[in-house]
Design a protein around this ligand. Structure first.
Ligand code: PLP
Length: 399
């Protein structure tokens, strides 16, 4: 019996489905089949010289779980293989991933350009937090490439956006923004939550860094908070690693284990959720009570050409507007019986929100109008239930 962890066989030619089941596994001396949860803060050294060496090189073993942990390392490696990135760091939440990815890279005097349609807390980081530290920021309409061109300046260091964006599902052309950003030496950070790593590979479109809230599809069953940042070895070594090590938004080994096991079923879940979402979008389009349906995989989707270019599926979020404004939308939400009201997404359970009064309330009516978020709009995260039951619930609540 030994306490050494041994790396398992990896074939670089493995398809994502295979890498997500076997990739990154570290087995302890017990040969356990299910990956182990290493609930430990620290690690023992066999000699003073070994401790000295490990602190000097940060190689050959673990030091302290704020820096690295075997279960977290398995999660990072499995995600790294999936994303095709050089390196990855797991963190405590999606917001820890977003804030670290940006703040570890910029300094006073730098400039950040971001798409206006961002997850609320991401807007806080860009709009409020960055300026506090002397980092200028500009918000643009994400789909408008001319707006990015006009906003990017010689001191721009980061371009940041989500695509598809929440809740209007607007897309940003990753390649086009990357081309503009790289002209001035800026990096592109993509929040890839809505597309999931299964449907969109930002690095293949020349993005530099990809971030996830693993809380969403990667967990997939609404249990734990987690996040991950993926990028080049140089980015992680020169910027991200020390920032995380010394500021401490570490991913709990327990949460990392849940996410690691979640990855094994991610392709199957996302495929089924996309299929369900596409059926729900079709059914919604035929209902008189529904004003408008937005689904990235629908034939009439506004940016269908771009979606086909950078996504391999429509995703599992369907946004729609109900005739009759806020009152009708509220009445509809209150009458749903199967679909639950909650602001998470990517869950096995179908979840619905009214963005104008919840996730996007803080923005105020003018900013919401600018983003196209109306009072009659609801956002549905389609789960793994039978699509016909979901459709019946929706029709019953609209009746
Ligand atoms: C949920 C979410 C986040 C934040 O993730 P947490 O895990 O809740 O911190 C960031 N970006 C997007 C697009 C999200 O949906």
């Amino acid at each position: 019996m030994t306490s050494d962890t041994t790396k398992q066989y990896i074939d670089p030619a493995w398809r994502p489905e295979t890498a997500l089941v076997h990739g990154g596994s570290l087995r302890s001396g017990f040969g356990e089949m299910s990956e182990a949860m290493f609930l430990t803060q620290g690690y023992q050294y066999n000699a003073a010289e070994e401790a000295e060496e490990r602190f000097k090189t940060e190689a050959g073993g673990f030091i302290y779980s704020r820096y690295a942990n075997p279960t977290v390392a398995m999660f990072e490696e499995r995600m790294r293989l999936l994303e095709g990135a050089e390196d990855a760091r797991g963190v405590a939440s999606g917001m820890a991933a977003v804030s670290a990815s940006i703040l570890s890279y910029v300094k006073a005097g730098d400039h950040v350009v971001a798409a206006r349609a961002l997850f609320g807390s991401c807007r806080y980081v860009v709009e409020d937090l960055c300026p506090k530290f002397g980092i200028e920021s500009t918000l643009v309409h994400g789909p408008d490439i001319e707006a990015w061109k006009a906003a990017i300046k010689p001191n721009t260091k980061v371009c940041f956006f989500e695509t598809p964006a929440n809740p209007t599902l607007d897309l940003v052309d990753i390649q086009a923004v990357a081309d503009l950003a790289h002209e001035v030496g800026a990096i592109v950070i993509v929040d890839n939550v809505f597309a999931t790593p299964m449907l969109q590979r930002p690095l293949a479109h020349d993005a530099d860094v990809v971030v996830y809230s693993a809380t969403k599809h990667i967990d997939g069953q609404g249990r734990c908070l987690g996040g991950i940042v993926l990028g080049s070895q140089a980015y992680v070594k020169d910027h991200l690693h020390n920032y995380l090590k010394h500021t401490g938004p570490s991913l709990s080994p327990f949460n990392a284990w849940v996410m690691l096991k979640g990855l094994e079923t991610l392709p199957v879940r996302v495929r089924q959720q996309c299929e369900n979402a596409s059926e729900i979008a079709r059914r919604l389009a035929g209902l008189d009570e529904v004003e408008r349906v937005i689904y990235c995989g629908a034939p009439d989707y506004e940016q269908a050409e771009l979606a086909a270019r950078q996504m391999s599926g429509g995703g599992q979020v369907v946004t729609f507007e109900i005739k009759g404004g806020k009152a009708a939308a509220f009445k509809f939400l209150n009458r749903l019986r199967l679909i639950k009201m909650s602001n998470n997404l990517g869950d096995a359970k179908s979840l619905i929100t009214h963005p104008a009064t919840t996730t996007h309330q803080r923005l105020g009516p003018d900013e919401r109008a600018l983003l196209g978020i109306t009072d009659s709009m609801v956002r549905l995260s389609v789960g793994l239930e039978a699509a016909v039951d979901l459709g019946n619930d929706i029709e019953g609540a609209l009746d």
